[in-house]
Design a protein around this ligand. Structure first.
Ligand SMILES: [Zn+2]
Ligand SMILES: [Zn+2]
Ligand SMILES: [Zn+2]
Length: 332
């Protein structure tokens, strides 16, 4: 994440909607990918160049969005909120807090997608191949509970609202024997499934993909059933970034893509705060900066009594897969 500054000189952050020093209203302009200081209120906001904006409708209705809508845009919602197809059931009071956490993670994903110049179009606004989000929870039917799986299908990313509950998510992480499980990680992972078809339509790219990741047409249900019954192969760490990535080539792609976004965004933050000189132009430079910085990141966490922020090892085959994602994104 970049570092932002209020017009008064105070350092301000991606999630801020006002400056803690001078009190000015702040909003995120998704077309310029920057947080800006605003004059005026509600539907009549302007920055210091006279550019006009409105707040997102979710800011007015729920106070959970700091992104702006350009004055000439007819949509009530910002580009991130208009992706929502289903919001959490707010008759459950706990879901208000969970939804805020979900929106925070979603905006970080959308920021990364926009900064990578990936297409971000909403299915709910008439784009049949666009993206949409359903934030829903398990439903009880008498004694039976209908479980909601966090997944992607035909551009719709479903996130189980319980993933915003730290206790529930930690229980799932332990049950699944995972080293890392976060809301942001879910968003990044599911976005990979969505962009797979958008980015890998060229037969040459598909061939290159299969050499590294395997054949994505491998029967998915059988592969997943096998993974859940028997776990990953003992040597998964030699070839995959996570145990789950060993389940199926499509999951390997999603875990690798999510990991690439973790690396890229975390390095952007480190550079913005002068912790790293540069994230590098080439993949080799990026990987080398990341390997050095991630050691420091873990040590920083350990020095305040937290577990490792980065519990991963990048083996040479995994580096090859990350390079594939890097080059695919750069070739666009
Ligand atoms: Zn200020
Ligand atoms: Zn919004
Ligand atoms: Zn997946």
């Amino acid at each position: 994440m970049k570092r932002f500054e209020c017009s008064c000189g105070q350092a301000v952050f991606f999630h801020n909607s006002s400056c803690i020093r001078c009190g000015v209203l702040l909003g995120f302009d998704s077309s310029r990918l920057t947080l800006i200081a605003l004059q005026g209120e509600g539907d009549h906001l302007a920055d210091d160049t006279g550019q006009r904006y409105r707040t997102c409708r979710n800011a007015r209705d729920y106070g959970n969005c700091n992104w702006l809508v350009a004055a000439q845009d007819t949509d009530d919602y910002c580009v991130a909120c208009r992706l929502n197809r289903t919001i959490p059931n707010l008759t459950n009071p706990a879901n208000r807090e969970y939804w805020d956490l979900i929106e925070d993670a979603k905006r970080r994903l959308v920021y990364a997608l926009l900064s990578l110049r990936l297409p971000v179009f909403s299915q709910t606004r008439g784009w049949p191949h666009g993206l949409a989000f359903d934030f829903i929870e398990d439903h009880a039917h008498g004694e039976a509970v209908e479980r909601v799986m966090t997944h992607h299908a035909d551009g719709v990313v479903t996130i189980n609202v319980a993933e915003a509950d730290d206790v529930m998510r930690t229980m799932s992480r332990r049950q699944m024997n995972e080293r890392y499980r976060t809301l942001l990680g879910h968003f990044r992972h599911e976005s990979a499934h969505y962009y797979f078809d958008h980015l890998l339509h060229d037969p040459m790219q598909r061939t290159a993909f299969r050499i590294l990741f395997g054949d994505e047409h491998q029967d998915y249900a059988t592969a997943l059933a096998d993974y859940y019954a028997n776990g990953p192969p003992a040597d998964w760490q030699m070839r995959h970034i996570s145990a789950y990535a060993a389940a199926h080539p499509a999951e390997d792609w999603a875990e690798t893509w999510a990991h690439y976004l973790h690396m890229r965004d975390c390095l952007e933050t480190a550079v913005a705060h002068d912790l790293v000189k540069t994230s590098g132009d080439t993949f080799d430079a990026l990987l080398s900066a990341w390997q050095e910085f991630s050691v420091a990141l873990n040590e920083l966490n350990r020095s305040i009594g937290l577990s490792d922020a980065y519990p991963f090892v990048i083996s040479p085959p995994v580096a090859g897969k990350l390079r594939f994602v890097h080059e695919l994104l750069r070739a666009r």
